[in-house]
Unconditional design. Structure first.
Length: 68
């Protein structure tokens, strides 16, 4: 999941990104796996996640993670 986030940031050149269903489907990542992975990445301070009811999560790489 970290590589997908990193790739999406590089492609979109945006600070905050979303992970569209089509991208996740291409890599056979379920919604539940995405949620669990983002939770873990957030716990280890690699990403920040903004969640809103009924909306897709917005993800931002933390400064140290962006250099990896």
């Amino acid at each position: 999941m970290f590589l997908l986030v990193h790739h999406r940031v590089a492609v979109t050149r945006s600070e905050w990104i979303t992970l569209p269903k089509g991208l996740l489907d291409r890599f056979d990542v379920s919604r539940d796996a995405k949620a669990r992975a983002l939770q873990v990445l957030e716990e280890v301070s690699l990403v920040s996640v903004e969640r809103a009811s009924g909306r897709t999560a917005r993800v931002k790489l933390q400064a140290a993670a962006a250099k990896l």
